[in-house]
Ligand binder design. Structure first.
Ligand SMILES: *Cc1c(COP(=O)(O)O)cnc(C)c1O
Length: 428
């Protein structure tokens, strides 16, 4: 029980965050270049260069710099909708009223763009192997909803999903795959980088991602026509005419050349950041040995994560009682046992920051009415059991027992040792 030793473990001097930007200096050079050349707009060399650098690093044909990962996902959904159902009338999404299969345990930015376009997300349960979309549940979903033609998949915490299996299932059902690689830039599956498995893919340069622009994102694709479409849509959909001529709905989604300067300076450090994150993950793995917990898993034979966030999951029989409602959590401390709520509190008490696992979308009030499919079929049929306090699906179970650990690149070994010691104390 943590409270026994609370106050006995030495606090970390300078707060360790979950994940923050790690700057190198070159970013300033490119920001300055944008300033000096007066390309203080959504056009410029920094944008062109970062797009080209991402293409060669990730191994994709086209990258389009956008304001955020979310806007990249929105554009991806819009492209896929038009491919599948044709151009809609202005103000309507091509996928309006259509079901779209979507990763359940993820950040809501994965899902919301489906809704921006009028689609209806159907959430697919998670697998224990990678904490990503369960291919078995995806197959099940196609049995229940054979008409579905679009799948949105996220690679959680930098760990690739079972991408070839997912891709094969999509192909078998004639469905388009969109890959949300916002958290997994630089991770690879069977030697191929994430962000290249979907027809349209997204990456993010948000402030806490593996590399950052402070904000920003890119749409990645192998289609020249799609890349050109997104360049046009994201700059207000202006037609080639002497005046502002509009035939399509436009967006103000293009990346700023100043932001692109930061990204341009960061890209060369992607591998270095991954190495730092991997070392953090391995130190946790080693340091937590012997405790009834395990680290967030990955397919060791086929994938190389970017280790963006280190997470742990408490063994079922080592969980003390913990109850969460929509806003709060309580737990009952118990000798030899712990739970994410207690561990997160303990981490805060030594001046570090952890975070609960992404609360699954099927449990979110906004999406509570949407369909949810587990490997056993209709996950909603089991909702009553969940209300009784039992996790009946994999996502709810990982949310219950898991948490994200402080994973900042700049955390020192000593600081990480304090975090590890703090977690150990929770199980005393
Ligand atoms: C960060 C993130 C996004 C969105 O990226 P932004 O650049 O913040 O808009 C999308 N999906 C996932 C899984 C993310 O973690």
């Amino acid at each position: 029980m943590a409270f026994i030793r609370k106050g006995q473990i030495e606090k970390i001097d300078k707060k360790v965050f979950l994940a923050t930007a790690t700057m190198h200096g070159e970013e300033m050079k490119y920001i300055q270049e944008a300033y000096d050349t007066n390309w203080m707009t959504t056009v410029g060399k920094n944008i062109d260069e970062s797009e080209a650098m991402i293409c060669s690093k990730v191994g994709c044909d086209y990258a389009v710099g956008l304001a955020s990962g979310t806007s990249a996902l929105h554009m991806a959904v819009k492209l896929a909708g038009i491919d599948l159902y044709g151009q809609p009338s202005v103000g309507h999404g091509a996928i309006e009223g259509k079901r779209v299969f979507c990763t359940d345990m993820t950040f809501d930015a994965t899902v919301n763009p489906i809704v921006y376009e009028g689609g209806i997300p159907v959430f697919i349960d998670t697998e224990y192997d990678t904490w990503n979309m369960d291919p078995v549940a995806l197959e099940k979903a196609f049995e229940i909803y054979p008409e579905v033609k679009l799948v949105m998949l996220a690679n959680l915490y930098g760990t690739p999903a079972k991408l070839s299996e997912i891709k094969r299932i999509c192909d078998d059902h004639g469905a388009i795959l969109i890959e949300d690689a916002a958290e997994s830039l630089g991770a690879s599956y069977k030697g191929k980088q994430t962000g290249t498995f979907g027809k349209y893919n997204c990456i993010s340069f948000n402030g806490n991602k593996i590399i950052t622009g402070s904000s920003g994102g890119m749409l990645l694709t192998g289609s020249k026509a799609a890349a050109e479409k997104v360049r046009k849509w994201s700059t207000q959909a202006r037609e080639a005419a002497p005046w502002y001529q509009h035939e399509e709905l436009g967006y103000n989604y293009r990346m700023s050349n100043v932001i692109a300067g930061v990204i341009r300076g960061q890209i060369p450090y992607l591998e270095e950041h991954i190495a730092l994150k991997k070392a953090i993950y391995e130190r946790y793995k080693e340091g937590l040995k012997g405790l009834p917990v395990s680290m967030n898993p990955f397919d060791e034979a086929n994938s190389e994560p970017n280790f963006w966030l280190s997470c742990l999951i408490v063994d079922k029989d080592a969980m003390c009682r913990q109850v969460r409602n929509d806003r709060e959590a309580i737990y009952i401390p118990e000798t030899g046992k712990s739970c994410p709520t207690e561990i997160l509190e303990a981490i805060v008490s030594v001046n570090a920051e952890g975070r609960p696992i992404w609360k699954p979308m099927h449990m979110q009030p906004i999406y509570r009415m949407n369909a949810f499919v587990t490997k056993n079929g209709n996950g909603r049929a089991m909702t009553n059991a969940y209300i009784a306090g039992e996790a009946t699906d994999v996502g709810a179970d990982i949310f219950d027992r898991g948490l994200c650990l402080p994973s900042d690149n700049k955390m020192t070994i000593k600081q990480q040792e304090v975090v590890i010691e703090t977690i150990r104390a929770c199980f005393e």
